[in-house]
Design a protein around this ligand. Structure first.
Ligand SMILES: Cc1ncc(COP(=O)(O)O)c(C=O)c1O
Length: 274
């Protein structure tokens, strides 16, 4: 196929996909239809631009328009999720999870999470972000017939395991997570609580599900393009007003902390002469 033919075939498929979704009712929870307003913003010059750093503290010049957009986006996210901190730079829910784990744990730490068999996302598994971060994974006891955690057994497991991070939230779930009870157990043993709201973020924004940041989650992650009907991206949210913790979350998204600055990290960076 020539380059011209390939381009034309791709554009046909793009149009076909648009027609297909216009004429059907997609029931896939991880997908949405962009509003004309979001489409307009995505189909703009901004698509090919970089804005590394934070508003007002960029790594190079020419980011004033990005600063305006990002400042408005951060303020809106804080308002919608009623929280003190929002980072809206992540490119997806998975990247938000990787950043959350980077900020809250160091390699060799232990994490408790929902197994993929019980509805947890692949990024909560050894083959996903949890494994990439080098964490030891312990999964919660589950009542399969009710598609819910066994609350007492899960709380006991957290108290016994003493994880550094207790991760909640799933891809497949019918009911809100009993977060208050489990977050209490996690905080008792000094664990940070992270809630992955990727699939249900739109419901949380509309007050139609649970409210993790008021039920004990220290950090909430999510995708901006599933039930939350925005463009492709991700959130890192927290109610913490501790500037040090907020800096740790921001730098986990970009540029990512050095080994010696990781949470609780005592390892030193060895300089190797090449
Ligand atoms: C619970 C959960 N977390 C994270 C993700 C990944 O999100 P993304 O596709 O934005 O990387 C998904 C995807 O469906 C998910 O269900």
């Amino acid at each position: 196929m020539s380059a011209r033919e390939a381009a034309s075939r791709i554009l046909e498929a793009v149009d076909e996909s648009g027609r297909h979704y216009r004429d059907s009712l997609p029931m896939i929870a991880s997908e949405n239809i962009l509003s004309p307003l979001v489409r307009k913003a995505c189909d703009s010059d901004l698509h090919g631009r970089y804005a590394e750093g934070l508003p007002g503290k960029r790594y190079y010049q020419g980011c004033d328009d990005f600063d305006t957009i990002e400042e408005i986006g951060i303020a809106a996210a804080k308002r919608v999720f009623n929280c003190n901190f929002a980072n809206i730079q992540s490119t997806s829910g998975t990247v938000s999870n990787m950043a959350g784990l980077k900020a809250l744990a160091k390699p060799g730490d232990t994490i408790t999470a929902v197994s993929t068999a019980d509805g947890g996302h692949i990024s909560h598994a050894r083959m996903g972000a949890v494994g990439v971060r080098g964490l030891n994974l312990v999964t919660y006891p589950w009542i399969e017939s009710r598609m819910e955690p066994d609350i007492d057994a899960a709380a006991a497991l957290i108290r016994e395991t003493e994880p550094n991070v207790a991760l909640f939230g799933q891809s497949v779930f019918l009911f809100p997570t009993p977060l208050e009870e489990l977050a209490d157990a996690a905080h008792e043993v000094g664990a940070k609580v992270m809630y992955d709201a990727a699939h249900v973020l739109g419901l949380i924004a509309g007050n139609q599900f649970q409210d993790p940041l008021r039920e004990g989650a220290d950090v909430m992650t999510g995708s901006s393009h599933k039930t939350f009907p925005g463009p492709q991206g991700g959130f890192l949210l927290s109610n913490s007003d501790d500037p040090k913790f907020q800096r740790r979350l921001n730098s986990a998204i970009f540029p990512g902390p050095s080994r010696s600055r990781q949470s609780g990290g005592t390892s030193r960076v060895r300089r190797v002469r090449c």
